[in-house]
Ligand binder design. Structure first.
Ligand code: AMP
Ligand code: ZN
Length: 472
């Protein structure tokens, strides 16, 4: 499988460190507000990556943090803790806010068929671990105390800026929001590992530490949660592109300083979802949620399909028109699959199955090309092979794509059939008997039943859209 690696700035063959196993880490949400559909674009594409790795037979262990402390409004280590901001906004405690928005996040993920990672760790449950690693960084000379805070000293590294192939503006959005300088830093790029002194004394959650009562910086949580659960070596680290700098850059700095060797081999970054007025962000307060999509009558899976139509390494513009186009395309696709579900009989055509499965692997195995993966579904539909083979392929592909294709197609087929409210019960009963006969390949009986239906003044037709019954 080819995967673009932000570290080498090119597509590479993905080779896990341990044969057959993949360790994967994902930066989780900061739970001070609902996840917006931009955040969820990242989680959808990461979910596809995980599912595709599993699809190829790899045993994936995926870990995710929940940021419930230490993520400040400015990436320059200044501003308010976002959690505190959320608590003030809603007149609740930080922990109440964290619980509410963590649950809301997983509810949204469920609606989008995003699998919950194997291990999920709220940062506030790992304070001792953060203190242990920060203490070690102090001992090794990679960290210093200034003005009461503990900072990582980036001048101690041979190379700090590891992700330098991203466009400045892609990185800048996450970083520049209200950046203020912190005079305690020895170097501009240094970052806080542990806060004790800050301008916001009302920080609700504080813990004892060797450096005084305080709380951890945001970056240390991901390094520690990953290393504790996945060990000293990590195969893949994921996140949205705004996380590449400074968050992931800082994660690499502190993890490798602590470990004394290279930490993570592949970095997977999802480009942003933008609106016509720019990047969708939680802090701007103007963002779209899954609930809003539902209120407007969209099935959340339409949004997943919309995301899959584009490559994860291209920014994606959201507009209602674009979503409507995705909805129309998706519904047409389901309507094409629906008639296949009426008759699933037949043996799997091994040659055609193999050919089309190969095409799917070529698409997804080429840096997760989901749009190409969807095109392969159309190739399946166009194929001259039998329904059983087509359905088997689509159902396999959907293990990765997560679009509920078969379930929705079956629903569509049965609703097309149940449009026959005017048809007498006696005729409907015969229709069911005929279906059963056809399923059992008892065509003589099926014909006999059709004659009975005709005698009652109705005509039955098996069409691509399903069974149609009309009054003669
Ligand atoms: P946060 O909850 O702000 O910590 O972000 C959660 C995830 O969403 C991170 O991986 C971010 O990089 C990602 N993210 C934030 N904004 C966007 C966006 N507009 N499009 C795609 N991903 C985003
Ligand atoms: Zn992280």
């Amino acid at each position: 499988m080819q995967l673009y690696n932000s570290l080498s700035h090119k597509k590479e063959e993905f080779i896990p460190r341990e044969a057959g196993k993949v360790s994967m880490y994902t930066c989780g949400p900061t739970v001070y507000h609902y996840a917006h559909i931009g955040n969820l674009r990242s989680y959808i594409m990461e979910d596809i990556l995980e599912k595709y790795l599993r699809f190829t037979g790899l045993d994936v262990k995926r870990v995710m943090n929940i940021t419930d402390v230490g993520h400040l409004t400015s990436d320059g280590d200044t501003g308010d803790d976002k959690m505190l901001k959320g608590a003030k906004r809603e007149h609740k405690t930080v922990m109440e806010i964290a619980k509410f928005y963590t649950d809301a996040f997983f509810a949204d993920c469920a609606k989008l068929n995003i699998k919950t990672p194997d291990v999920v760790v709220p940062a506030t449950t790992y304070i001792d671990e953060f203190i242990r690693v920060i203490s070690s960084l102090m001992e090794k000379g990679y960290a210093y105390e200034a003005g009461g805070n503990i900072y990582f000293d980036t001048s101690k590294l041979e190379k700090y800026y590891v992700f330098n192939d991203f466009k400045e503006e892609d990185l800048a959005v996450g970083v520049r929001e209200g950046v203020e300088e912190d005079g305690n830093k020895r170097n501009k790029a240094d970052f806080v590992l542990w806060f004790t002194k800050s301008k916001f004394d009302d920080q609700e959650l504080k813990w004892d530490s060797p450096w005084g009562v305080g709380y951890p910086g945001w970056h240390i949580e991901c390094s520690c949660i990953s290393m504790k659960n996945l060990g000293e070596y990590l195969d893949i680290h994921c996140g949205g592109i705004d996380n590449a700098f400074p968050h992931h850059t800082n994660e690499i700095a502190q993890s490798e300083a602590y470990l004394g060797h290279k930490w993570c081999n592949y970095w997977f970054h999802v480009l942003h979802l933008n609106t016509n007025s720019g990047k969708m962000s939680k802090s701007s307060g103007e963002f779209l949620t899954v609930s809003l999509l539902e209120e407007k009558g969209y099935d959340p899976i339409i949004y997943r399909f919309f995301c899959l139509q584009s490559h994860y390494r291209k920014s994606l513009v959201f507009s209602w028109d674009n979503l409507d186009n995705a909805k129309v395309t998706f519904e047409k696709l389901i309507a094409k699959i629906a008639p296949l579900t009426a008759d699933k009989t037949g043996d799997i055509d091994k040659a055609e199955y193999g050919r089309l499965m190969q095409s799917f692997h070529e698409a997804l195995g080429n840096d997760i090309n989901t749009a190409m993966g969807i095109t392969v579904i159309y190739d399946v539909l166009k194929s001259a092979t039998n329904n059983a083979t087509k359905l088997a392929l689509i159902s396999e592909f959907d293990k990765v794509l997560g679009l509920d294709l078969i379930k929705k197609a079956e629903k569509k087929a049965s609703s097309a059939e149940s449009d026959d409210s005017d048809i007498p019960a006696e005729v409907m009963e015969l229709v069911e008997q005929r279906k059963a006969a056809r399923k059992e390949k008892n065509f003589a009986l099926a014909d006999e039943i059709r004659d009975k239906i005709t005698a009652l003044g109705y005509e039955i037709k098996e069409t691509r859209e399903g069974t149609q019954i009309t009054k003669k």
